[in-house]
Design a protein around this ligand. Structure first.
Ligand code: PHE
Length: 516
């Protein structure tokens, strides 16, 4: 094992590390995606698959990702290369390209959040504006919807996206040295904002009914494989797994860190936050009689703001609080995504941090700007109104529902079957208070891979059976945008080729050097 990782940055304290790792985990996924998914799968019905996914897959994979980083003191491709050679390194880079796509559109979403935050100070709550581009007259739509699409059909989000990238660069410019102090402020602040929102939500008239919905189990839905697919993807996304992010963060831990306890604490903090966020969101929506039947993005940008808009008092203040919370939570996650890629490139090519961040941010900004393109391709707002949002939706489908799970599966197979899970388990046990028994080997070698293969197979079957994702809404494109009909195929091909070819090229190039 590499022992000479000289001058690699290091977290100053365990609390700092836990705050940063939980800051990565707690993000848009916890606040809005979870609620949207939970509602889609029947509220309480989501509960059990979610908890099973957390304990059977989430925490064990977190132990593997933390363990890898701490054991090898390398970012994802480097650490997988140490344990499984070129095969491993390829998977690491494949994950990195996938992470790069996620970073790009995650930051675009944060750009929109910033726009909505500005809007919360006033414009968002004013009477509906007309949106000629969408053929909408004044008063046609509820305000947040109008405001959101109005904003999306301008170039403003590109500026917002640049601002978000700027903050990301600011926070990661010196690696953990600057990430740690930022998360020390942001993460506690997030909890405070969330607690205020919950108190407001459950004390609204009828708010408590939303809480009941979230906790009323419905076991019949559990026969539906889509619920399991949703729960597994959500667990990977919300815990920042299947990207190598947790490995990158753990590579900055001192040797002899308690990996198991860190994993359990980080996962429980994240999922605790997610559940209480669900309480806040469901109670606000129920109190305001807004049905949360929505995609994750519409939940964020119009369903919830509409709920807030109906509050008896303090609308602007709660709007600012909500979007401010999303921004803080999202920033501590996007920073970890950028760091995932930056640390991999630095480890591999030995570039300075300045150069690596500069190049990564330039490429990233271009990507994020593409997802913010304002051309209105679908005036009916069928699924997605603008070119950027359509591309984002298509890309998110592959990254979220497939990419994370494919990486998680490969990781378990490499560790379980190529390297030997026992070696990792012994390493982790040697510094951890909670000891992992042999059952952990069984989980990593058999149980997790079988579950992941099962849901992946179901999803792939669905693509064949129901048609490739996105094809069904391809008929509504406005004139001049008929080329969009092939967008679902183009985006899919782009994603799979970029990850695979990128993986092959990067595996061949450079070699891992041991420096910061
Ligand atoms: N966990 C983050 C969220 O819930 C998203 C994320 C995924 C961040 C993967 C890093 C890596 O929003």
């Amino acid at each position: 094992m590499p022992e000479k990782s000289v001058a690699r940055g290091q977290w100053k304290s365990r609390v700092g590390f836990i705050l940063a790792a939980s800051g990565s985990a707690i993000g848009l996924g916890n606040i809005v995606f979870f609620s949207a998914n939970a509602y889609r799968f029947g509220g309480g019905a989501f509960y059990l698959p979610y908890l099973i996914a957390l304990f059977v897959i989430g925490i064990p994979v977190m132990i593997l990702e933390f363990g890898l980083g701490n054991f090898t003191r390398h970012a994802f491709p480097g650490s997988l290369s140490r344990i499984a050679g070129n095969k491993g390194e390829f998977i690491g880079w494949w994950a990195n390209v996938n992470a790069a796509f996620l970073t790009m559109y995650y930051i675009t979403i944060l750009g929109w959040v910033l726009g909505m935050l500005f809007g919360s100070f006033g414009a968002l709550w004013k009477t509906s504006v007309a949106i000629p581009a969408f053929g909408l007259a004044e008063g046609d739509l509820a305000n947040p919807v109008a405001f959101f699409f109005q904003m999306l059909s301008t170039w403003k989000p590109v500026i917002f996206v640049a601002i978000i990238w700027f903050f990301n660069i600011l926070i990661i410019r010196k690696g953990v040295e600057t990430i740690e102090p930022a998360t020390r402020i942001f993460v506690p602040l997030m909890w405070i904002f969330m607690i205020i929102l919950i108190i407001r939500g459950v004390t609204l008239d009828n708010g408590i009914h939303g809480v009941y919905l979230l906790f009323t189990p419905n076991f019949s839905v559990m026969k539906n494989p889509a619920v399991w697919q949703g729960a597994f993807s959500q667990i990977f996304f919300t815990l920042s797994l299947g990207m190598g992010t947790m490995t990158a963060y753990a590579s900055y831990l001192p040797r002899k860190s308690d990996v198991t306890q860190n994993s359990v604490i980080t996962s429980l903090l994240n999922c605790g936050f997610e559940y209480i966020a669900g309480l806040a969101i469901f109670s606000i929506l129920f109190a305001c009689a807004v049905v949360p039947q929505a995609s994750t993005l519409s939940m964020t940008f119009f369903i919830l703001p509409r709920g807030i808009g109906e509050m008896p008092a303090g609308v602007a203040a709660f709007g600012i609080l909500f979007f401010g919370l999303l921004l803080l939570a999202g920033l501590t996650s996007s920073v970890s995504l950028v760091e995932t890629v930056v640390s991999s490139i630095k480890d591999n090519f030995g570039w300075t941090r300045r150069k690596t961040v500069g190049i990564a941010a330039t490429v990233g900004l271009i990507g994020s700007a593409c997802f913010a393109l304002p051309q209105v391709v679908n005036p009916g707002l069928e699924n997605d109104g603008t070119l950027g949002l359509t591309l984002l939706d298509l890309m998110d489908h592959w990254v979220f529902s497939y990419g994370l799970l494919i990486i998680g599966l490969s990781e378990c197979l490499l560790i379980g079957w190529v390297y030997g899970v026992d070696k990792i388990r012994r390493y982790v046990n040697s510094n951890s208070r909670i000891q992992l028994g042999r059952w952990f080997n069984v989980l990593v070698k058999f149980v997790i891979p079988s579950l992941l293969i099962y849901v992946l197979a179901i999803s792939v079957w669905g693509e064949f059976h129901d048609g490739l994702y996105g094809m069904d809404y391809a008929d509504n494109y406005s004139e001049g945008y008929s080329f969009m009909r092939s967008a679902p195929i183009v985006v899919f091909a782009f994603w799979i080729i970029a990850c695979t070819v990128g993986g092959v090229i990067l595996t061949r190039k450079g070699e891992f050097k041991d420096h910061e």
